[in-house]
Design a protein around this ligand. Structure first.
Ligand code: AMP
Length: 132
């Protein structure tokens, strides 16, 4: 069965996209730990991130770096934290999360709620600050 992220890639379900190229896509996490919490995925469907072949794996992190700089430019934070979990969605993804303390990257915390307009505004602002 196609993962939910493959449906986003194929445009079958919507997402608040912040960056896209031929091989990768970045979009806002729908249950964010912080404003600007973004997921970066390869378009190729691979479940476990360490199963991605080397060139694509490296490019994924280079793409994520550019997205993180866009997030940092928009969301006030000390740093953009990076984590990979992948226990919920079986399509490799990097979480980019604006953080000020270690507790800001605690996935057991209650997630934030934003309106569609707020998600859209955040995604557009980040997209406007990503330089490729
Ligand atoms: P994990 O696989 O444990 O890294 O978690 C998957 C992440 O994907 C969670 O943070 C979810 O909130 C997020 N997520 C699941 N479905 C969607 C979706 N349709 N759009 C955006 N984010 C999603």
């Amino acid at each position: 069965m196609a993962s939910i992220f493959l449906k986003i890639i194929n445009g079958e379900i919507p997402a608040y996209k912040v960056a896209e190229n031929e091989n990768f896509l970045a979009f806002l996490d729908i249950n964010p730990l912080a404003e600007g919490h973004t997921l970066v995925i390869p378009k190729k469907e691979v479940d476990y991130i360490f199963d991605i072949e080397d060139p694509l794996y490296t490019e994924l992190f280079v793409f994520a770096k550019k997205v993180a700089k866009g997030i940092k430019a928009v969301v006030p934070c000390k740093k953009v934290g990076v984590t990979v979990i992948g226990l919920e969605v079986a399509h490799a993804h990097i979480h980019l999360i604006p953080i000020n303390t270690i507790y800001d990257i605690d996935f057991s915390k209650t997630k934030l709620k934003f309106s569609p307009e707020e998600f859209k505004a955040t995604a557009q602002a980040i997209a406007g600050h990503i330089k490729f």
